[in-house]
Design a binder for this molecule. Structure first.
Ligand SMILES: [Zn+2]
Length: 400
């Protein structure tokens, strides 16, 4: 039994019921108060647009904002931030919130839009009354893919809100841009970002800086990072492995990769337990007729998404450490991982700029591998082996 298919929308969307956005998820949209207040007002007055275009520099929190908007639209309390719907949305694990990235090497494919994204929008919500579709890197919607999308973008089914994300407004096809309400995100100056994190979490300046580095500069994610002891521990572990790489043999590296993965997977066990309970309750409630296949598929998606995110954080930490090494080696002062400043200086003193770059290339490859669903274990192992090789490649004074 599939999900109900929605009827086409007639005329303008009926406005959503007014909801008071209580303990507000938008409070977590740190550094973007203007955007937060705009979205909050739209949700409270039931006047959200059917399609948004979030425009802003990398790390300005567009993706987090899209997820918070989804919380506000899907949660029964207008985005309380605490209920299971809100939490699932924020973990990227809610069946009615879907995030897409270009399936092609550089762009969205026509088939991806025509056969996957659009038909999915026409299915009734699995869980609630609203659905949110987030399309990252919307500048990668080329002419053909955009054409397959325009009609739906102009008039999506009633429960659907579409959010396109882009760093570059000018690269968006005009017919796409004109069908969306543009929302501008401003860059948050690093000093202000650190101040905001300190204010919200009580973190010291060094901790705030390290959190931003681990989260690729994304303020909202850095906020969650600082609130999670497990994620901070995993970050320290990655830095320890990077420090020890020159004295490790192949077996040590395999063990380290395994331990790192184990550490970032630990929170997933809790998620698995919750899933087992949910499934059991469903069967108890509905008897043998219970449809469990959809739920099981959703659970699998939740786990994969969460694991990928956690592994990408390992990769981001390695990247930030190597960028620190590059900065010190180029004579700049000021590193992001101040608690590892001594190890960074040691690495900078014995790595050429070319070998540091080779290390950074290994990090980029790892990021791609994880995004393309290569086994996380393999991706992390390969990254560590490649960084080790870069660290021991000939010094400039030895190679001539
Ligand atoms: Zn909620």
């Amino acid at each position: 039994m599939g999900r109900r298919v929605l009827a086409p929308r007639r005329g303008r969307a009926p406005q959503r019921v007014l909801v008071a956005v209580s303990a507000c998820v938008f409070d977590d949209l740190v550094g973007q108060e203007r955007v937060a207040s705009f979205l909050r007002t739209a949700v409270e007055s039931g006047s959200t647009s059917h399609a948004y275009l979030f425009v802003g520099p990398p790390g300005s929190g567009k993706r987090s904002a899209a997820l918070l908007l989804a919380c506000a639209l899907i949660c029964g309390d207008g985005g309380c931030g605490a209920c299971s719907a809100c939490q699932r949305v924020r973990r990227g694990a809610h069946p009615d919130v879907r995030v897409f990235e270009p399936a092609g090497a550089a762009s969205y494919l026509v088939e991806q839009v025509r056969d996957e994204i659009v038909p999915d929008m026409w299915l009734a919500p699995a869980d609630g009354h609203s659905k949110v579709y987030i399309l990252d890197r919307a500048e990668s919607l080329g002419d053909a893919a955009a054409n397959a999308f325009l009609k739906t973008l102009e008039e999506p089914p009633d429960p659907v809100t579409i959010v396109l994300l882009t760093d570059d407004y000018d690269a968006i096809i005009p017919t796409v841009a004109s069908r969306c309400q543009a929302v501008r995100f401003s860059p948050v100056p690093p000093l202000r970002a650190r101040g905001l994190l300190a204010e919200r979490t009580g973190a010291g300046e060094d901790e705030a800086l390290a959190a931003l580095a681990a989260c690729s500069g994304d303020l909202s994610r850095a906020l969650e990072f600082l609130r999670s002891p497990a994620r901070r521990e995993a970050r320290d572990h990655v830095l320890g492995v990077l420090r020890d790489l020159p004295v490790m043999d192949g077996r040590d590296i395999l063990v380290s990769a395994r331990d790192l993965l184990k550490e970032v997977r630990a929170p997933l066990d809790e998620m698995k337990e919750r899933q087992v309970v949910e499934l059991r309750e469903r069967v108890e409630f509905m008897g043998r007729a219970a449809q469990t296949k959809d739920v099981e598929q959703r659970h699998k998606r939740e786990l994969t998404a969460r694991e990928r995110e956690a592994v990408l954080e390992i990769v981001a930490v390695a990247g930030s450490w190597l960028r620190d090494v590059l900065a010190v080696s180029a004579g700049a002062d000021g590193v992001a991982n101040r608690d590892a400043a001594d190890d960074v200086a040691t690495a900078a003193s014995c790595m050429s700029q070319a070998s540091i770059q080779a290390g950074l290339d290994a990090v980029s490859r790892a990021r791609r591998r994880v995004s393309y669903n290569v086994s996380p274990q393999l991706a992390v192992e390969a990254m560590l082996f490649e960084i080790q090789e870069a660290r021991t490649c000939p010094r400039p004074w030895e190679s001539s």
